[in-house]
Design a protein around this ligand. Structure first.
Ligand code: TYD
Length: 207
C-alpha cells in the first residue's frame, strides 16, 4: 500500500513543531499509522549533518556547500526512511523538507529556485510531498518566539528571514496544488483547525 507524504514548512519560529505534534496526535487517534521525522536530520547521518549545518562555531559553509549538505541529509532520509515508510502505507509528517532548500538556499541565498529544484529532483524522483503546509508569519514576529541560543540560520539578519518568507510565498504560486499557505499569526488551535481543513480538502484524510 502506498502511504502519503505531508511536509510542514515556514520561517524559523513559525510553530511548525507544535503543529506537527498536533497533526500526528490527531491522525493517530483516527487509527492512521503515522511516522514523524524532520530535516535536517531524521537519520543517524542526517543528525550529524544537522550539527554541521546549525553550529555557529568555526567556518561557515558557502551557499553552494550549504545547499549540498542539506541535500545530502535529505537524500539519506528519503532512501532510508521515507521511501520504505511510504511503501508500508504510513502517513509521513516531515518538519521541513525540499521547500526549505528552495526558499532558504534557492531564494534567500540567491542560488535560484530552479537550480535547487534540479539538484533535489535528481534524487527525489517521485518522492515530492503530496501536501505541503507553509506556516506564514512576519519574521519580526516569529523570531521573537525563539528562546535560548540562536543557531547559525536563526542568527541571520531580519532581511534574510524576510526573503525566506518571500521565497515560501513564491513557491506557493509555483506549486499551487501542492502548497497551502496558512496564517501562522493565529493561535495554535486556530492554525491546527485550518491545517485539518486543508488535509481534508486535499483528500489525504476523509474523516
Ligand atoms: P529547524 O530545526 O526546523 O529550524 P526551526 O525549528 O528553528 O524552524 O531547521 C533548521 C534550520 O535549517 C532552519 O533555520 C531552516 C534551515 N534549512 C535550510 O536552510 N535549508 C533546508 O533545506 C532545510 C531543511 C532547513
Amino acid at each position: 500500500m502506498k502511504g502519503k507524504f505531508i511536509t510542514i514548512e515556514g520561517p524559523d519560529g513559525a510553530g511548525k513543531t507544535t503543529q506537527v505534534r498536533k497533526i500526528s496526535d490527531y491522525l493517530k487517534s483516527k487509527g492512521f499509522n503515522v511516522l514523524v521525522t524532520r530535516e535536517p536530520g531524521g537519520t543517524a547521518l542526517g543528525e550529524k549533518l544537522r550539527e554541521v549545518l546549525l553550529t555557529s562555531e568555526g567556518e561557515s559553509p558557502v551557499p553552494e556547500a550549504e545547499a549540498l549538505i542539506y541535500a545530502a541529509s535529505r537524500a539519506q532520509l528519503v532512501k532510508k526512511v521515507i521511501e520504505p515508510a511510504l511503501d508500508d502505507g504510513f502517513i509521513i509528517l516531515c518538519d521541513r523538507f525540499v521547500d526549505s532548500s528552495l526558499a532558504y538556499q534557492g531564494w534567500a541565498r540567491g542560488l535560484g529556485i530552479e537550480k535547487l529544484a534540479d539538484i533535489n529532483g535528481w534524487f527525489l524522483k517521485g518522492v515530492w510531498p503530496d501536501l505541503t503546509i507553509v506556516l506564514d508569519i512576519d519574521p519580526a514576529q516569529s523570531l521573537k518566539r525563539i528562546s535560548g541560543k540562536k543557531d547559525r540560520l536563526e542568527s541571520e539578519a531580519l532581511e534574510f528571514h524576510r526573503k525566506v518568507r518571500e521565497g515560501f510565498l513564491k513557491l506557493s504560486e509555483i506549486y499551487p496544488d501542492r502548497i497551502k499557505v496558512v496564517d501562522a499569526s493565529q493561535s495554535p488551535h486556530e492554525i491546527f483547525k485550518t491545517i485539518l481543513f486543508e488535509l481534508k480538502k486535499s483528500g489525504i484524510i476523509t474523516l
